[in-house]
Design a binder for this molecule. Structure first.
Ligand SMILES: O=C(CO)[C@H](O)[C@H](O)COP(=O)(O)O
Length: 342
């Protein structure tokens, strides 16, 4: 696997390592990481635990999102993966409403399910959901969210089940800290996680480079000698580095995507994509199970259209800010988004 890594990376190794070591995952105050090593039966941070600024921002965002979108009389609630979602579960518990015991919580993977169980909530596997009713609401974190509520997800390697749950939900709500609030995807967060069937790893990496990625990296585990990370589906993750992604509005302004790309190529910065178009191209590569770009419709748009399912994009994203406030990006009917301060 080392061969694959060096063959396909066009960046110097040191750059790859530093990009790989995401700043979003190195906080010693992170209660999710802490609880990985604790024997705590709740897996929940105590509300009295002093938190770092980032963790406080996550908690503030989670509390605001739960207050506005969690209904204790709901039947099905999706619970995502990562370190921020811990605070959503905490905020649900804090409501201390007996009706919560009747809710089926749908996990998006192993970590998510453990969190649900340790919080003494009722878990229901995605494939046990009845076909018809949609999940009332799904909460999840994200790695980056743009002006139109497109998201990058999969920093924790859970994108496939997260997408399954989001697209089966009437509304999908994102919860994040201020670092994830960006105008365009791939601004602060530099790569798109892609889940691939292991046999197809080489061919998918080649195809991604063919789309103009600056590099494609097979994600290794923390213990290099143990090999690449395996997802909950036993697949690999390829992290694909591209230039910042455009919104449809950027393309409209410039006339056509081709014109924008031409302009960028002139500056020696090829491989510029509109976000939904790139998601479609990557998904079409044989061997790709899921792309960590959440694009297209949101659940409310899909419901209005009578689609009978949800959408990939959130209807709202809550960001805990550095000053303790919460900023919300809310979807408008036409797919654009409005920013609201709380
Ligand atoms: O997509 C995910 C896992 O695959 C997470 O939701 C995303 O990485 C955000 O995680 P965190 O809340 O720890 O920053």
């Amino acid at each position: 696997m080392r061969t694959i890594l060096t063959t396909y990376c066009r960046l110097p190794k040191c750059v790859l390592i530093s990009k790989h070591f995401s700043p979003l995952r190195s906080d010693p105050h992170n209660p999710f990481l802490f609880n990985c090593y604790s024997s705590s039966t709740t897996n929940m941070p105590s509300s009295n635990t002093p938190l770092s600024d980032i963790e406080t921002a996550k908690r503030n965002a989670a509390r605001a999102a739960v207050k506005e979108h969690f209904d204790p009389s709901a039947r099905y609630v999706g619970i995502g993966s990562g370190s921020t979602i811990v605070y959503v579960v905490e905020a649900i518990q804090e409501l201390d409403d007996p009706r919560i015991a009747n809710i089926n919580f749908i996990p998006t993977g192993y970590q998510s399910r453990q969190m649900i169980l340790r919080a003494n909530l009722k878990d229901l596997k995605f494939d046990s959901l009845p076909a018809k009713p949609l999940i009332d609401v799904a909460f999840d974190g994200a790695d980056e969210i743009d002006d139109s509520l497109n998201c990058i997800k999969g920093g924790g390697a859970c994108l496939y089940q997260e997408k399954l749950v989001a697209t089966q939900a009437r509304k999908f709500i994102c919860v994040a800290d201020h670092r994830k609030l960006q105008p365009r995807l791939l601004t602060f967060w530099k790569y798109i996680p892609i889940e691939v069937e292991p046999l197809a790893t080489h061919t998918v990496m080649n195809a991604i480079l063919g789309l103009g990625a600056t590099s494609a990296v097979l994600r290794e585990g923390h213990m290099m000698k143990a090999g690449p990370i395996k997802t909950d589906q036993d697949n690999f993750i390829i992290d694909a580095y591209f230039q910042p992604l455009l919104l449809p509005a950027d393309v409209e302004k410039s006339g056509s995507l081709h014109e924008v790309q031409k302009g960028m190529e002139g500056k020696g910065e090829g491989g510029v994509w509109e976000v939904a178009e790139l998601a479609r191209e990557i998904k079409a590569i044989e061997g790709v199970l899921s792309v960590g770009l959440f694009v297209g419709e949101n659940g409310e748009q899909a419901t209005r259209r009578g689609a009978g399912r949800g959408g990939q994009k959130p209807v709202a994203a809550y960001f805990g800010m550095e000053d303790g406030s919460v900023t919300v990006r809310v979807a408008n009917e036409d797919g654009t988004a409005t920013v609201r301060e709380k």
